[in-house]
Design a protein around this ligand. Structure first.
Ligand code: GAL
Length: 884
């Protein structure tokens, strides 16, 4: 028998151990078998949501994580951003948007798991793929290959992160949320370029990672030669035909690209949710067990974090949560339904070692998962129950198909999968969207200080400019400080700037004789400046005047210039717009100019300027003075800008503004500006640019058939980005400082400040739609007391948090026509539609209405009826005052 003191000691020890272990879960083990990730001895089907913490603010994180969970995610996935965590070699930063520990803890406290992709190369459309730019300067370094200096740095950083996570008790076996890690990123795609050294590097990276003793599995994505002890995983639009490189590993999908990123001057890609759901369903159908949305929330490339070349500031990605963290509907809702359906299948999916496959037509196939599960607490009292789940797929891009399965006929729309959690009833079909759509509108809100009484939002056509007072300051062209140097060569851009700025000035002086001038006049030619190869943008100034600009990715530039007799000042401004983030040999890529710089069409042939005396100046004066901070902005002398002033290039602008009332996300419309950067209260909100995407190229989008990033694009003929997110937490009530650096001469007087919200929401559900998924958990259904055929489908509407359905703008149960914002009644219409729906929904944040004759009466016998509703959402405070 245990003595009391010993028992007390044990108790104390146990409590102490639990105290030391994480606060989020009871410590648990993570392993895997050929079928799935195994959590605490149980195989799991896992849905993961990609969120990159620095692409949002810590104030946004709780709601992003909560909305991911509500959408059905079990796991949050993020990269770790080395360049943000170690901006200066040896000096770590883990604060603010880079507070990784805080982010991981939030994930844990929401009861979600975390997949931490350390990289530390991450790609991610992030500047330099996540590498700090100082890494290039480590002597003898070659990135991502069997190179000692690189391996040393990589190991140091990876170890730092693993140790940080361990110290904070964030691994699963410590009761933390981390169930999986990642080393490297898609190295297999470029491994060939490195020959044997690449192969050795893969082995080294794998061993190094595992050697850190993190105690959870490591993944290498897109890595067919990942060693036996590392999981390999697929990235892409579809991964159902992916098979891991060992029979002992499960089928994992680390990046399901649910949209795509955009470039300056390009259109905006969208991926239809029917196709996305199809891809996910196909993956689980064919044996998949872990699937991550890249991205579930894309967010914003604040500051100069955007990769490139040339990626825009928004990283919306057409993700289920939009750039501001609002639900992107119907994407979010349709995926939520899909996840619920997959979860209903989970017992069968994990019980079966592999599915039974049936080909039921040329492009129709079924996978059935069957097994037994034990129920009950102890082995003595447990019972065994058989489970069955089936996925019915029609891969035909054009035609619907009727297929017979277990004695029943199922109609499958083209390019769709039906999910049958009990092998009998359809819980979900990927092409039938029952989730609501939402139309987001920008409001020209009145600033808080001018608003005493809350007003209904009727300002949509009333433009409110951000400010009536603007101050300006000129940025010097060329040299602006003593901190410059001269070299008899054209130096590579990054070698000089170390990426402390986008801008690098090259200045030289050139003597032109009278003869030369007459030669050009007589022959009617003009001299040209030629640069062999250039990225991302060059501006050519001759004798203080802008002569021209060119942009491109390692393009040749030939530009006519005007020179005068005597000395001519030639100033070249080289600009980067996000450093390369993908490909082999990144360290060699560099930026700026390559090859020779010449003056052509000269009397005696070309004049090579490459070895002339060039004086270098890094960055802008205002940038290095930190003009965008309150202290500096208030201590230098600005000039008043008049509204009718002609736009001038290379100028700084400053104003103060009041924050819009309410909690809706805030955006600036910078559509009137050219190219530059903007700061609010010292926070760098990103680069802006007015490049317009080509007029043609956007086509109406059909979800059917294989998706690619060019397939479904919008916004052709418009500027790629005009809305710039200003996170609420960066704003105060009034007197917010906006500072902008403008290169080409925009008009700041036309800048507006707005809020974004989903004001119009629509739902459309036919009476033949499958019943809501929560029915499956209903005791009467489980006990077989009611059949699924007795249950009715529901239309569900929901406004964003802190918003209320203020009115029902349209409702028709019958045969309504048209799409959201353009709805009309059909021949058949139940006259009580509007009153029934209003009664159920008005004044609430969300509502559900059963779609059946029981609710509306039967307006037309023998015809399949649909309920279609359009509602308006208003901030709850407005909705209250509006109804008063
Ligand atoms: C993948 C890469 C990601 C991201 C994605 C495109 O190849 O692993 O980091 O860049 O492409 O968004």
């Amino acid at each position: 028998m245990l003595s009391t003191p010993f028992f007390v000691f044990c108790l104390l020890l146990t409590t102490a151990l639990i105290g030391v272990a994480g606060e989020y879960f009871k410590p648990f083990n993570v392993s895997y078998d050929h079928r799935a990730i195994v959590i605490d001895g149980h195989r799991r089907m896992l849905i993961s949501a990609g969120i990159h913490y620095p692409r949002a603010t810590p104030q946004m994180w709780p709601s992003l994580i909560a909305k991911s969970k509500e959408g059905g995610a079990d796991v949050i996935q993020t990269y770790v951003f080395w360049s943000g965590h170690e901006p200066v070699k040896g000096k770590y930063y883990f604060e603010g948007r880079y507070n990784l520990v805080k982010f991981v803890k939030l994930v844990g406290s929401n009861g979600l798991y975390l997949h931490l992709r350390i990289g530390p190369y991450v790609c991610a459309e992030w500047n330099f793929g996540g590498f700090p730019v100082w890494l290039r300067d480590v002597p003898g370094i070659e990135f991502r290959t069997n190179n000692e200096p690189f391996k040393r740095e990589m190991q140091r950083f990876v170890k730092k992160i693993v140790e940080l996570m361990r110290e904070e008790n964030l691994f699963s076996w410590q009761g933390g949320p981390i169930i999986m890690l990642q080393i490297e990123n898609e190295y297999g795609n470029i491994e060939g370029a490195y020959g044997q050294k690449g192969k050795d590097y893969v082995k080294w990276a794998a061993n190094m990672a595992v050697g850190l003793g993190a105690g959870v599995p490591w993944v290498m994505c897109q890595q067919v030669d990942a060693p036996e002890f590392i999981l390999d995983a697929c990235n892409g639009y579809y991964c159902d035909s992916f098979r891991p490189n060992s029979k002992k590993k499960p089928m994992l999908w680390t990046e399901n690209w649910d949209g795509w990123f955009a470039s300056w001057g390009g259109a905006i890609p969208h991926r239809p949710v029917e196709d996305l759901a199809f891809a996910v369903a196909r993956f689980f159908q064919r044996g998949g067990s872990f699937q991550n949305y890249y991205m579930y929330f894309g967010g914003t490339n604040f500051g100069r974090t955007s990769g490139g070349p040339n990626y825009i500031t928004s990283y919306d990605y057409d993700a289920p949560l939009d750039e501001y963290g609002l639900l992107s509907q119907p994407k979010w809702g349709h995926l939520k339904d899909l996840h619920a359906a997959i979860k209903l299948c989970e017992p069968a999916l994990v019980a079966a070692d592999s599915p039974q496959y049936m080909k039921l037509g040329p492009q129709q196939e079924v996978h059935v998962y069957r097994g037994n599960i034990t129920q009950g607490l102890t082995t003595a009292f447990s019972t065994s129950k058989s489970v069955c789940a089936a996925f019915l797929a029609n891969i035909d891009e054009h035609k619907a198909a009727d297929i017979e399965f277990l004695g029943q006929v199922y109609t499958l729309p083209p390019w769709s999968v039906s999910i049958l959690p009990d092998c009998r009833h359809v819980a979900f079909n990927t092409a039938k969207v029952g989730a609501q759509t939402s139309i987001k509108l920008v409001d020209f809100n009145l600033p808080s200080s001018k608003m005493n009484v809350p007003q209904p939002l009727t300002f949509q056509d009333e433009v409110t400019y951000i400010a009536n007072d603007w101050m300006t300051l000129k940025e010097p062209i060329g040299l602006w400080s003593k901190n410059n140097f001269t070299s008899l060569s054209i130096m590579e851009h990054l070698n000089v700037t170390k990426d402390k700025s986008d801008y690098l000035w090259y200045t030289t002086r050139l003597y032109i004789s009278e003869d030369e001038i007459s030669f050009w006049e007589e022959n009617e030619v003009s001299p040209e400046l030629s640069i062999d190869s250039m990225r991302d943008l060059v501006r050519i100034f001759i004798n203080g005047k802008l002569s021209g600009s060119a942009k491109g990715d390692w393009i040749k530039v030939v530009h006519p210039i005007q020179l005068v007799q005597g000395y001519n000042d030639i100033v070249l401004l080289s600009e980067t717009v996000g450093l390369q983030n993908y490909g082999a040999f990144l360290e060699k890529d560099g930026a700026g100019f390559k090859g020779r710089i010449k003056l052509t069409n000269s009397k005696n042939g070309d004049v090579d300027l490459t070895e002339s005396s060039w004086t270098y100046q890094v960055g802008l004066k205002g940038e290095f003075q930190k003009l965008y901070t309150r202290e500096k902005a208030e201590s230098v002398r600005w000039m008043k800008l008049t509204p009718d002033a002609t736009p001038s290039i290379f100028s700084w602008y400053k104003t103060y503004f009041d924050a819009p009332v309410g909690t809706d996300p805030v955006v600036l419309n910078l559509g009137s500006m050219g190219k530059g950067q903007a700061w609010v209260n010292g926070h760098h909100i990103g680069r802006y640019w007015d490049l317009i995407s080509p007029k043609d190229g956007c086509r109406p989008c059909d979800y059917r058939g294989a998706y690619s990033s060019e397939k479904c694009t919008t916004n052709c003929g418009n500027p790629t980005q005009i809305w710039y997110h200003v996170p609420r937490s960066w704003l105060q009530r009034d007197q917010n400082l906006l500072v902008m650096f403008e290169e080409t001469g925009g008009n700041p007087y036309k800048i507006t400040i707005n809020t974004i919200s989903a004001q119009t929401i629509c739902g459309r559900v036919p009476e033949t739609h499958y019943p809501p998924l929560h029915i499956w958990g209903h005791p009467d259904f489980i006990n077989g007391k009611i059949s699924i055929n007795d249950m009715t489908p529901e239309l569900h509407l929901q406004c964003e948090d802190e918003h209320t359905i203020s009115s029902i703008e349209f409702a028709s149960y019958g045969t309504p026509q048209g799409n959201c914002q353009n709805l009309s009644k059909g021949n058949c219409h139940a006259p009580n539609s509007l009153s029934v729906v209003s009664q159920a929904c008005q004044g609430r944040n969300s509502c559900s209405i059963a779609v059946s004759n029981d609710v509306f009466g039967d307006p037309c016998r023998g015809i399949v009826k649909t309920l279609s509703v359009q509602a308006r959402c208003l901030p709850s405070s407005f909705a209250r005052s509006a109804s008063m």
